[in-house]
Design a binder for this molecule. Structure first.
Ligand SMILES: Cc1cc2nc3c(=O)[nH]c(=O)nc-3n(C[C@H](O)[C@H](O)[C@H](O)COP(=O)(O)OP(=O)(O)OC[C@H]3O[C@@H](n4cnc5c(N)ncnc54)[C@H](O)[C@@H]3O)c2cc1C
Length: 578
């Protein structure tokens, strides 16, 4: 069997892509390979909402401008223009497929403000937007019998020959069977890589597998130095308290009860009279302000690090229950407090990867037949800092575009190269069986190496970075990679061998980690989420450009620069809330 389009990933981007393929041509053979059941993809946990211009007075240009200035001018503006134009259409399509968007009393779709967005344009389904969005896509995909699913299959390698993709090799986690799946085109929709850091909002499955698959096959990873810290995670668990809590009017205060953001430049021109918009500054600036508060001794000490507080008490129980009930539920279950009466301790937490697999505006990568969409891809619309609520519509818009483009290509592409599929499948089977059997490695365990990698990244590639720390991290990651290859596996069984999966995921994260560090070292400026203490200013002369990290001949990364596409908005200062 040769699939026309094989999609790796069953989250928002993967499911949307699959539907786009069958809509384009129901005769095409489509498969989704997903390491978890699709409804367990991370998309399910999105809370706040999805941006798309709808309200009176709002314009596509304003959404584009907010996105571009929020991204500190590193976004490709042609991609942003396509994105803002198609986002509302996608959100309405979802409505027709059954997504229960929250409503105003008069029946219109309700929108809320979101960080860095000048207008209210964030659609939401209470604070369970991702759940409803993913459910809607999953239901819709079930209507199309022609979409074949490989649930709980783990893709380990892309089959590439002569510059064209011919399928993937994947392992059935349930049985341990390893199979080569032939395909004319492949779409990577594998999500982000927050798990490479110790403290993250991301689900355990977000380990950068798709980025690593592409990188090993020769596709560059783009803008990997841009890692988003969300300013409000619960200490210890890292569970996200959605930006919707601040959009509904929540305040950030320090240990003295003072709304400290008024002391910082958030790009909001007149913060004091506009107290409400202060908490809705962009995520990078808010996370940086937290670090400064720690330095000034104005944060509170807890067993899980320094915290500031999110104050929702003035909103009242009725509003909290109506608009952000899940926030209350999370606080009660995981922090044993009630936001109606108590302050919520919070600190910045790794949330999102702006960087990813280098693609064009249709999701195409430099390898023929290979596409990427969603968080694993870098199109790029997020530049140096993603605005909240732009990611879900990104999955829809670029999932659909990649699906349509792959469907077009599949109709013309040659049949998958049988020889390459057989040979590379056999090769990968040998490698994985050997991996599963390795018993006599050193005493080290996968989990210990993973922890050291996470700490290395947090120290060197956290909210602030320096050359010294990054240099050390690069050496350390190379050393961890060698140790990971020699580590011991205790589980040699074939059925549900989760230790083996953890080993594969660790090797993906190490690939991603080395590109983050290499790109951060190369970018000698500060822009968006990438802040170099030794180069504090933005340097458009040298770095109005994307970083492209290629896997070099020696196995280590090699970084090149690619100019940003500017259409109508020349680089300026970042200004919000006008
Ligand atoms: C807590 C939280 C809240 C968020 N809230 C919002 C919000 O309100 N608004 C917003 O716009 N964005 C939000 N985001 C960001 C947004 O949800 C994600 O960026 C987006 O959902 C990613 O979707 P995706 O389809 O790219 O990947 P995911 O939903 O992460 O799905 C990845 C898929 O790839 C599969 N996969 C991965 N590796 C492999 C492999 N090796 N083999 C086989 N399958 C594999 C997985 O099984 C999964 O199906 C939030 C993120 C988090 C973590």
């Amino acid at each position: 069997m040769i699939f026309d389009v094989l999609i790796v990933g069953g989250g928002g981007a993967g499911l949307r892509a699959a539907i786009a393929v069958v809509e384009a041509d129901p005769g095409l053979k489509v498969a989704i390979v997903s390491k978890v059941y699709p409804m367990r993809s991370h998309t399910v946990s999105a809370e706040g909402g999805a941006a798309g211009v709808i309200g009176e007075g709002d314009t596509l240009d304003e959404h584009a401008y907010d996105t571009i200035s929020g991204g500190d001018w590193l976004c490709d503006q042609d991609a942003v223009e396509a994105f803002v134009a198609e986002a509302p259409r996608e959100l309405i399509r979802l409505e027709h497929w059954g997504c229960p968007w929250s409503r105003e009393p008069d029946g219109r779709v309700a929108v809320r403000p979101f960080g860095g967005m000048k207008r209210m344009r964030t659609w939401f389904a209470a604070d369970k937007t991702g759940f409803h969005l993913l459910h809607t896509l999953f239901q819709t995909s079930l209507r199309h019998q022609e979409i074949q699913r490989y649930d709980e299959w783990y893709a380990t390698r892309l089959i590439v020959d002569d510059g064209r993709v011919h399928g993937v090799v994947a392992m059935d986690i349930r049985t341990g069977a390893i199979e080569a799946l032939a395909a004319r085109t492949v779409i990577l929709a594998t999500g982000g890589c927050g798990r490479a850091f110790p403290f993250t909002t991301n689900a355990a499955i977000k380990t950068g597998d798709g980025m690593s698959l592409a990188y090993r096959a020769g596709v560059p990873l783009k803008d990997m130095e841009f890692v988003q810290y969300h300013p409000t995670g619960l200490p210890f668990t890292g569970i996200l308290i959605t930006e919707a809590a601040r959009a509904e009017g929540g305040w950030l205060i320090n240990k003295d009860g003072y709304r400290y953001l008024q002391d910082y430049d958030l790009g909001v021109p007149t913060p004091t009279p506009k107290l409400r918009s202060m908490e809705l500054g962009p995520r990078d600036r808010l996370s940086q302000a937290y670090v400064r508060e720690v330095e000034r001794g104005r944060t509170a000490e807890t067993p899980y690090g320094q915290v500031v507080y999110l104050d929702l008490r003035h909103l009242g129980e009725a509003r909290i229950e109506a608009r952000i009930p899940f926030v209350r539920e999370l606080c009660r279950s995981y922090q044993n407090l009630d936001p109606v009466t108590d302050l919520i301790p919070v600190r910045p937490v790794v949330h999102y990867m702006m960087g990813g697999v280098h693609t064009d505006i249709d999701g195409a990568t430099p390898i023929r037949g290979l596409y990427a969409a969603g968080e694993t891809a870098c199109v790029s619309i997020n530049g140096a800092n993603r605005l909240g609520s732009n990611s879900l519509p990104e999955c829809l818009v670029f999932g659909a575009r990649a699906g349509a483009a792959a469907a077009r290509e599949a109709r013309e592409a040659p049949a998958a190269g049988e020889r390459a599929v057989r040979a590379q499948g056999a090769d990968e089977r040998r490698r994985l069986e050997h991996e599963r059997d390795r018993r006599d490695g050193g005493a080290e365990r996968i989990a210990d190496i993973r922890e050291q990698m996470q700490e290395t990244l947090e120290e060197a590639a956290g909210i602030y970075r320096t050359r010294d720390a990054l240099d050390k991290a690069a050496n350390r990651i190379a050393e961890l990679r060698e140790r990971a290859a020699a580590a011991r596996l205790d589980d040699h069984s074939t059925a549900f061998n989760t230790e083996m999966v953890a080993a594969l995921e660790l090797s993906s994260m190490l690939d991603v980690a080395e590109t983050i560090v290499a790109c951060a070292l190369n970018r000698e400026e500060s822009r968006g989420a990438h802040q170099r203490s030794d180069f504090p200013a933005r340097d458009d002369g040298r770095f109005l450009a994307h970083s492209l990290a290629y896997r070099g001949a020696d196995g280590g990364p090699r970084v090149e620069l690619l100019p940003v596409t500017i259409t109508r908005w020349p680089p300026g200062e970042r200004v919000y809330g006008r």
